[in-house]
Design a binder for this molecule. Structure first.
Ligand code: GLY
Ligand code: MN
Length: 443
């Protein structure tokens, strides 16, 4: 049994809105406008699968499209939600809507109105506010709408109403808040990690020579969905043999051979939070030869990088650890020439390891949050969640021994920084050579 994710609780979102209000007040006050994502039409009468905007969700927990949150900071703060009105005819086709009255209670907003009233009410909400806090440039349709609303407010000057004189980026505040996960978020991330891990273990148990990559993708999706995950956190990468050297391969269409590795990079999205795991294993069930040597090298780099995930160390420390271990190992295996210092100085290792080791993880798989502050790598702190995902990708080339051709390896775990060291959220899926081989053998 996988642990259950915590149930929705509007209180968490309310607390976040209060924290946003405090920060806006501390920065001089103003009004924040945070729209959710637009639906995108695929063809007549069909849309692409809908995913709400993560900032909007973070502050509301509300998942319907056509919704907007307005947060007024100041002496009498209030939050106003705009959402789709009830519509008996449309609800027959596209599902139930809460409507403003029920949505107001669900979200714990102070007021709620139909989204059809937004354009009419926006100028009044923006009036006499020192600043508009908004994510300018994210959605040009919304940019235009807000510029028009500001023009309308300026037209009210003779009634003594001022337009905001500043437009400030609300993401600066929200990104920093989202970087530090609260208890509810951590518990949801733990369950998203558990489900993702269970799917990877299932893929490992199922893979056999002659199967197609898409069959394994289907196993992953089945496991995600049967545990209640609503979608994938990104398109699954199921890459065998040479395909594993394409970092974001996702055609997932190739037939797998016995003497190849299969690299899977996939995670579920559960209640809007992402899992993100990579595992690489031998299609034939046994790590042998060059594939075994390279796998052992990447694994040692990954384990060492995880031990560097300590509060107070720099974000880049795990990456530096990986680069050094991989470079030394690649020299020992004869894939890199020259000394370790040369490899590090010239970046020669990038031929085989061209991406970085980590990204933040949360509502988005590559979650928001600065990696540097004032030009320096920021320090890791408790309640941050990041991935540790070193890899090694060796393509066919005249100066590379044939045994190493077309080997792509990535090993990725999700790691929570705690005051007592790293907590690996995805440790349930095997990665040590003997554990992977035992899992594949059904033990
Ligand atoms: N796991 C996909 C990525 O990190 O890019
Ligand atoms: Mn990742």
């Amino acid at each position: 049994m996988l642990r259950k994710a915590p149930a929705f609780n509007a209180h968490h979102h309310l607390v976040r809105r209060q924290r946003l209000i405090e920060q806006i007040c501390a920065a001089g006050g103003g009004v924040a406008v945070i729209p959710t994502s637009a639906e995108i039409s695929r063809n007549q009468d069909n849309e692409f699968p809908y995913r709400h905007d993560s900032y909007f969700y973070y502050l509301t927990g509300f998942t319907e499209p056509e919704a907007t949150l307005v947060v007024i900071a100041g002496d009498t703060p209030r939050t106003v939600l705009f959402c789709r009105p009830r519509d008996a005819d449309r609800e027959v086709w596209t599902g139930y809507r809460l409507g403003p009255e029920a949505a107001c209670a669900h979200v714990g907003a102070d007021e709620a109105y139909s989204s059809e009233e937004l354009s009419k009410r926006l100028p009044e909400l923006l009036g006499n506010q020192p600043a508009l806090w908004y994510s300018l440039g994210h959605d040009t349709g919304w940019d235009k709408r807000l510029m028009e609303a500001l023009t309308d407010v300026r037209g009210m000057t003779r009634s003594g109403i001022r337009a905001p004189s500043d437009i400030r980026d609300v993401r600066v505040l929200l990104d920093e808040m989202r970087l530090f996960k609260d208890g509810y978020e951590l518990d949801t991330l733990r369950t998203a990690a558990d489900i993702s891990a269970s799917a990877h273990a299932r893929a490992m148990r199922t893979t056999r020579p002659g199967m197609f990559e898409y069959e394994i993708e289907a196993e992953l999706l089945h496991e995600f969905r049967r545990h209640g995950s609503q979608s994938v956190s990104f398109n699954p990468i199921v890459a065998s043999g040479p395909n594993a050297c394409v970092l974001h391969y996702n055609e997932n269409s190739r037939q797998m051979g016995a003497d190849e590795l299969l690299m899977i990079d996939a995670g579920c999205e559960l209640n809007s939070y992402a899992g993100d795991i990579s595992r690489t294993f031998p299609v034939g069930g046994k790590f042998v030869g060059a594939r075994r040597d390279l796998y052992a090298l990447v694994l040692s780099a990954q384990k060492a990088a995880i031990t560097e995930c300590q509060a107070g160390r720099h974000f880049n420390t795990p990456h530096e650890t990986v680069v050094e271990i991989l470079s030394r190992g690649l020299i020992d295996l004869g894939l890199l020439k020259g000394s370790l210092d040369e490899a590090l100085e010239t970046g020669a290792y990038r031929r085989f390891y061209m991406h970085r080791t980590s990204h933040w993880l949360g509502l988005d798989v590559h979650d928001v949050g600065n990696y540097k502050l004032d030009g320096q790598w920021r320090t890791l702190q408790p309640d941050m969640v990041l991935t540790i995902e070193p890899g090694c990708y060796v393509r066919r080339a005249d100066d590379i021994p044939e045994a190493f051709w077309n080997i792509g390896i990535r090993i990725e775990d999700d790691v929570l920084i705690t005051a007592n060291g790293p907590e690996v959220l995805t440790s349930a899926v095997p990665k040590c050579i003997k554990d992977v081989e035992a899992c594949m053998a059904g033990n």
